[in-house]
Design a protein around this ligand. Structure first.
Ligand code: HSE
Length: 311
């Protein structure tokens, strides 16, 4: 018997990953958003409930990232079913952890399974991106793609879209330090320069190539040497109180590297064991407590698979 509802989890993501602005991201095991879709007799899409957010998110289906993604998919495949949507936000809005991307991904993944559309993830990608665009104002794929495919993803090209899965060491851990402020992605993009110096581009591409090589050959030393962003972090880090101190304490505690997650305010630090990831959290917490920054921490391995059906 076919089901008339489905509940899907889609993971939070760390995008940019130091030198990979707009082209590199990875998925976390925790946190993640949940979307429940229910078939109804009435026509069209309706948002029934949104939980887990302090700030109001739009119930207008043309303004909510999850339903914009769904509508795009339904238009493309001429799907006429009535769909009622519940969104359980578990990722902070404006956290830099790919909150809008996760909701978009969970929606399209859920519809694909609920209606047995048998679409490939690659076919869902574009629709999830349309959803992401409505909230961030740009069609970057470095949150959506890792949330959908899992693992580390390189977006080699946007036109045409070319997604490459990057190998990474099995015991890679991520510590997330999420100070409770909101940074709008659209603002964090607006403050970036349109042009950058060639010498900086050389440094950045050297680090990016090193990072990809270090990840795919499980060489922690090269990962560590390469996890540096000379273009974006110096500008955006000014928006995050305590960033330099948190970064310094994470590196002293043994992090392979530390930078801003997406457009911030979350900060990520990579390490090669759970005990190291916990040490980093403890070291960063001393700083955030000292600065009286209300902060949430997550420790997660890399999420290999992306979304999962919960019910
Ligand atoms: N690559 C994007 C940016 C991610 O840094 O603006 C936003 O979540």
């Amino acid at each position: 018997m076919s089901k008339n509802s489905i509940k899907v989890f889609a993971p939070a993501t760390v995008s940019n990953v130091g030198p990979g602005y707009d082209i590199l991201g990875f998925a976390l095991q925790t946190p993640g958003d949940e979307v429940i879709l229910k078939l109804t007799n009435s026509k069209g899409i309706k948002i029934n409930k949104i939980t887990g957010v302090k700030k109001k998110l739009p119930f207008n289906i043309y303004k909510n990232t999850a339903t914009v993604a769904l509508a795009s998919l339904m238009n493309k495949y001429e799907i006429k079913e009535g769909i009622e949507v519940t969104i359980n936000k578990k990722i902070g809005v404006g956290s830099g952890l790919g909150s809008s991307a996760a909701s978009s991904v969970a929606s399209v993944y859920a519809l694909n399974h609920l209606l047995n559309l048998k679409l490939k993830k690659k076919q869902l990608l574009l629709h999830a991106l349309v959803g992401e665009k409505i909230s961030s104002g740009s069609m970057h794929a470095d949150n959506v793609a890792p949330s959908l495919f899992g693992g580390f993803i390189l977006i080699r090209s946007y036109n045409p879209i070319d997604i490459i899965k990057i190998k990474y060491p099995n015991n890679l851990y991520c510590t997330i330090i999420y100070p409770q402020i909101e940074i709008k992605t659209s603002y964090a993009r607006k403050i970036l320069p349109k042009k950058v110096e060639l010498s900086k581009v050389i440094q950045q591409t050297g680090n990016l190539a090193g990072l990809i090589y270090g990840l795919s050959s499980s060489n922690y030393n090269i990962i560590s040497r390469s996890l540096t962003d000379v273009l974006i972090e110096p500008i955006r880090s000014k928006l995050i109180k305590g960033f330099q101190e948190i970064k310094k304490s994470s590196i002293s505690a043994g992090a392979l590297g530390c930078s801003i997650s997406g457009s911030g305010p979350s900060i990520f630090a990579l390490s090669n064991s759970l005990s190291m990831a916990i040490n980093i959290k403890n070291a960063a917490k001393l700083v955030t407590d000292n600065l009286k920054l209300n902060t949430i921490f997550y420790i997660s391995k890399i999420n290999k698979r992306g979304p999962k059906i919960l019910d």
